[in-house]
Design a protein around this ligand. Structure first.
Ligand code: ATP
Ligand code: MG
Length: 447
């Protein structure tokens, strides 16, 4: 050990990442007893350990427990190969090609079990900017720790001894509320530019400060995000928007200069002067729902993010003389055609988005049978929530939203009293709209 140290000092070499001894922090210091982790993750670790393997809960779960937050899920790191892991569990399957991981099912839980990753070397395949393309070499525990992004994410919890194994002073950094990169931040962003987004998201979500060393290069390196596959960026954006702190995340990204053509959705969010209030309200609303443990639908979220684009197109088409409803459908298609490609939005989500948008003009009809028919629509609730946001942002009169709130809650008799008188010409206009030749400017301006 001493010889090693002396030779290191005299050769002037820095200690290699992952070669030093970790701190073993006992439960008496950190206070996380084994009952704080899920029973599934405990059993997976115990089973692997009983077969002579190392196995720990790792990453976000340990970090979250240390700062008193509720972990989202429990990931496991082990020195067992994926094949070995699979053999030890009845319900387990290997997934992924680029880097195999094993999904182990324990009761209701699915645990992600990952074999320790090895150090990157000159044989590692990268693109011309240094982004790592293949990452399928297994390694030691220390190497695995060095491959993780932030010190707070490189903590391993052993359910058997209840100790936290800390190779990179992650516990101390967490205590100081700091998100610190393992290794040289520029090199780590080059390997994987998504780490810049992870920095922004984790800092916002956990109330941590990005260490200045890790923060400094982001602005100038942000352009590397252009080389990241769209689907990966999209996944990361979705995580960011649904983490319960999206407003803070967006502000953080804007402050770091992480938008303008780099990120799907973000330009849409930040570059709509008319719609920014609406989008920010929608995100605040999403954050609230996430924090209350309520579900959020990607369809609703996208419908809000893209609504003001639809409105702009819709207005243009109406100004050109298109009639109201066909113009709305055309505007919806135009916006979705452009965005769906960039954002890899699935068909099902597109269906949801369209339903929400298409319901909007129908809220204006408050006479006759139409309000009753609208209440029966399967997507009524989402459409109504959307209307509330429009009213709150000042786009539509709040009186309309209040009317719908009251109408839903009223009983049969009261509902009848609330109806507005049918407007003369309603039906005639609808009939005329069907004639293809008749799409004159006059009529659209009347609508
Ligand atoms: P969350 O609370 O969002 O789940 P997390 O840190 O657990 O946060 P995951 O994407 O679940 O994020 O990743 C699990 C762990 O894998 C991380 O804690 C980190 O150790 C490692 N990891 C994830 N993404 C990267 C990356 N891009 N580079 C290096 N390590 C990563
Ligand atoms: Mg996680």
């Amino acid at each position: 050990m001493i010889r090693k140290f002396i030779s290191r000092v005299f050769s002037g070499k820095k200690p290699k990442a992952g070669k030093h001894e970790p701190a073993i922090i006992p439960v008496s210091t950190h206070g996380i007893t084994r009952d704080r982790i899920s029973s599934g993750s405990r059993r997976v670790c115990e089973t692997l350990q009983s077969h002579g393997h190392k196995a720990y809960v790792v990453g976000g779960a340990v970090r979250d427990l240390l700062i008193g937050a509720e972990p989202k899920d429990f990931d496991i790191a082990t020195d067992a190969t994926p094949e070995e892991v699979r053999r030890h569990f009845r319900r387990a399957r290997i997934i992924g090609r680029r880097f195999q991981i094993v999904h182990v099912m324990m009761g209701q839980e699915t645990l992600e079990v990952t074999t320790f990753r090895g150090t990157l070397d000159e044989k590692t395949k990268t693109d011309e900017h240094g982004r790592v393309l293949h990452d399928n070499v297994f390694g030691s525990h220390a190497e695995d720790a060095a491959r993780r992004d932030f010190t707070a994410n490189a903590l391993y919890y052993d359910p058997t001894t209840e100790a936290v194994i800390d190779y990179h002073h992650g516990v101390a950094d967490l205590k100081q509320k700091t998100l610190r990169m393992i290794g040289e931040p520029r090199a780590r962003y080059r390997e994987d530019p998504v780490r810049m987004l992870r920095a922004a998201r984790l800092a916002a979500k956990l109330g941590l400060i990005i260490d200045p060393e890790a923060k400094k290069p982001i602005r100038e390196m942000a352009v590397l995000l252009e080389n990241v596959p769209a689907a990966r960026l999209f996944d990361e954006m979705l995580k960011l928007l649904t983490c319960g702190h999206s407003v803070k995340c967006i502000t953080q990204l804007r402050d770091e200069g992480l938008h303008h053509g780099l990120l799907p959705l973000l330009d849409v969010i930040l570059e709509q002067p008319m719609g920014e209030k609406f989008v920010m309200l929608a995100l605040a609303n999403t954050d609230e729902r996430v924090r209350q443990g309520k579900g959020i639908s990607p369809g609703f979220l996208f419908a809000t993010l893209l609504w003001h684009e639809v409105l702009a197109h819709w207005e243009k088409l109406k100004a050109k003389g298109e009639s109201k409803i066909p113009a709305l459908y055309q505007a919806m298609d135009t916006v979705l055609d452009v965005q769906a490609e960039k954002l890899a939005i699935t068909r099902r989500i597109i269906g949801d988005i369209k339903d929400i948008w298409a319901l909007q003009p129908r809220f204006e009809a408050r006479a006759g049978k139409r309000p009753y028919a609208l209440l029966e629509q399967p997507r009524f609730r989402a459409g109504y929530d959307f209307l509330l946001l429009r009213a709150e942002s000042g786009e539509v009169d709040s009186e309309l939203a209040e009317w719908w709130t009251d109408f839903q809650n009223a009983d049969g008799g009261k509902r009848g009293e609330m109806l507005m008188p049918e407007q003369a010409g309603d039906k005639k206009r609808r009939r005329r709209r069907k004639k293809p030749a008749d799409s004159g400017v006059d009529r659209s301006s009347a609508e």
